[in-house]
Design a protein around this ligand. Structure first.
Ligand SMILES: Cc1cc2nc3c(=O)[nH]c(=O)nc-3n(C[C@H](O)[C@H](O)[C@H](O)COP(=O)(O)OP(=O)(O)OC[C@H]3O[C@@H](n4cnc5c(N)ncnc54)[C@H](O)[C@@H]3O)c2cc1C
Length: 367
C-alpha cells in the first residue's frame, strides 16, 4: 500500500500531526497499536494548550488555578496561576478526541503495531502487524510519534531516547475530588533530581514520582503514598519519560516528534503540549517540503526555554539544601510572578528567562 504520509502512534503528537496534514489535503494514514490505550500520565495541561489547539473544555476533568510547592523541610507556598489554569484530562478520552479530530480532516486510522521501518530518504517501507495480518506500507514521509519506547527510533538508531522512570497511583479518596490545586513536593520522600506530585484525577487523586534509577521509584512512591495517610495499594502504573537532549528532528524522510524525539520540558516533565507543538512544526516542514524547517521552528521557539529549565533543574534539584532554597524563592513575589509567566506564557521566551536569572542573583540564592 502506497501512502503520502504514515504517522506512527496516535497519542497527542501523532494525532496532531495527522490532523494538520490531512487537513492540508495530504493523504495520511495513522497507525496506532491500541485504540483503547490509556497512557499512564498525570494529564495536566496548561490553559495555553487548550487555547492554542482549540481543545474542547469538556475534556477537562478537573481545573486548578493554583499550585502548591512544598520543600524538603515542609515549608510551602501557594502560587496563583494568574488567570491561567491547569486542566487535567483523562488520557484515554483525550487521545481519542484528538484522533477523531484527525479523522474528521480525512486521516485514515489503522489499528496495528509497527514492527520495523527501512528508510531510503525518498520513501520508507513500514511493516505493520494488524488483526488481518502483516501489512507493508510505502510512505513518502513518515512521522515517528510512537512515544518514549519508539520502534522507529530503535529501528533506525538502535537505541532508546534517554529516559527517567515514573510511576503514579490513583487513589479514589473521599477528599480527592476536593483537591483544588496541584501539589509539587521537593526532597524528603522524593528521589534526588526529581519531584513528586499530587494532582486531582477524575477518580480521586494521582500521586506520583520518578527517577533515573528505575529500581528506587516504587519504594519512594510507597513512602510518598503513606505520607498522605494512605496505603500503597491504589491503582499503580509506571512508564518512562524521555530526557530532552535536543538532537533528534529528522532523518531520511522520517520526522521525529513528541516523546519519540524526547520533546519533554526539563524540570516540569510536561510532554503533552510540547508533543503537539513539535507535531505542528514537523507538519509545517512536511507541507513546505523543507525538513530543516522543523528543527529551525522548534529551536527558535523553545530552545532557550528548554536550556533554561534544564539549568534550573540541574541546579535546584541537586540536593535538599538547594530544593529548600528553591521553595523559599517562591516567597518573593517578583520571582513567583516571573516564573509563573515563564511557565504559563508560551511566548515568554527571552526576556523572562533573563529576568529570572537576575532575580535569582538579586535574592542571593545561586550559591
Ligand atoms: C506517569 C507520567 C505522568 C505524566 N504526567 C504528565 C502531565 O501531567 N502533563 C504532561 O504534559 N505530560 C505528562 N507526562 C508526559 C506525557 O505523558 C508525554 O510526554 C506525552 O504523552 C507524549 O505524547 P506522544 O504523543 O509523543 O507519545 P505517547 O502519548 O506515548 O503516544 C505514543 C502512541 O504511540 C503508540 N505506539 C507505540 N508504539 C507503537 C508501534 N510500534 N506501533 C503503533 N503505535 C505505537 C502508543 O500506543 C501511543 O498511543 C507524563 C508521563 C508519565 C509517564
Amino acid at each position: 500500500m502506497d501512502v503520502e504520509i504514515a504517522v506512527i502512534g496516535g497519542g497527542p503528537a501523532g494525532a496532531t500531526a495527522a490532523r494538520l496534514l490531512s487537513g492540508s489535503n495530504m493523504e495520511t494514514v495513522l497507525v496506532e497499536r491500541n485504540l483503547n490505550n490509556e497512557k499512564p500520565c498525570g494529564g495536566g495541561l496548561l490553559s495555553t494548550a487548550f487555547t492554542k489547539f482549540g481543545i474542547p473544555q469538556h475534556l477537562i476533568k478537573n481545573k486548578v488555578h493554583s499550585i502548591r510547592v512544598i520543600s524538603p523541610g515542609g515549608n510551602s507556598h501557594d502560587i496563583s496561576l494568574n488567570g491561567a489554569y491547569l486542566g487535567i484530562v483523562h488520557r484515554k478520552e483525550f487521545d481519542a478526541a484528538l484522533r477523531k479530530a484527525a479523522v474528521d480532516e480525512g486521516t485514515e486510522v489503522m489499528e496495528g503495531t509497527l514492527l520495523s521501518i527501512r528508510s531510503s530518504g525518498k520513501f520508507s517501507m513500514l511493516t505493520i502487524k494488524a488483526a488481518a495480518g502483516e501489512i507493508q506500507l510505502k510512505a513518502r514521509h513518515t512521522i515517528a510519534a510512537d512515544g518514549v519506547n519508539s520502534t522507529v527510533v530503535r529501528s533506525i538508531f538502535g537505541r532508546f531516547p534517554r529516559r527517567v522512570y515514573t510511576a503514579h497511583e490513583i487513589h479514589g479518596t473521599a477528599g480527592g475530588n476536593a483537591l483544588k490545586h496541584c501539589e509539587f513536593r521537593f526532597g524528603a520522600v522524593t528521589p534526588p533530581g526529581f519531584y513528586s506530585w499530587i494532582f486531582p484525577h477524575k477518580d480521586g487523586i494521582s500521586i506520583g514520582t520518578g527517577s533515573e534509577h528505575t529500581a528506587e521509584v516504587d519504594t519512594y512512591l510507597d513512602t510518598l503514598v503513606r505520607s498522605q495517610g494512605l496505603s500503597p495499594n491504589g491503582q499503580r502504573r509506571g512508564y518512562f519519560i524521555p530526557v530532552w537532549d535536543g538532537t533528534l528532528y529528522y532523518n531520511k524522510g522520517v520526522y521525529f516528534v513528541g516523546d519519540a524525539a524526547g520533546m519533554v520540558l526539563p524540570f516540569t516533565y510536561e510532554g503533552i503540549y510540547y508533543a503537539m507543538r513539535s507535531a505542528e512544526f514537523a507538519a509545517e516542514a512536511v507541507l513546505k517540503d523543507n525538513p530543516a524547517l522543523y528543527k529551525k521552528l522548534w529551536q527558535e521557539t523553545y530552545r532557550r526555554r528548554y536550556l533554561l529549565m534544564r539549568t534550573l533543574q540541574r541546579y535546584f534539584l541537586k540536593n535538599e539544601t538547594r530544593m529548600e532554597r528553591l521553595v523559599s524563592l517562591y516567597g518573593h513575589p517578583h520571582i513567583r510572578e516571573a516564573s509563573m509567566c515563564l511557565w504559563t506564557q508560551d511566548d515568554a521566551k527571552v526576556n523572562i528567562a533573563g529576568g529570572i536569572a537576575s532575580l535569582i542573583k538579586k535574592y542571593g540564592t545561586a550559591r
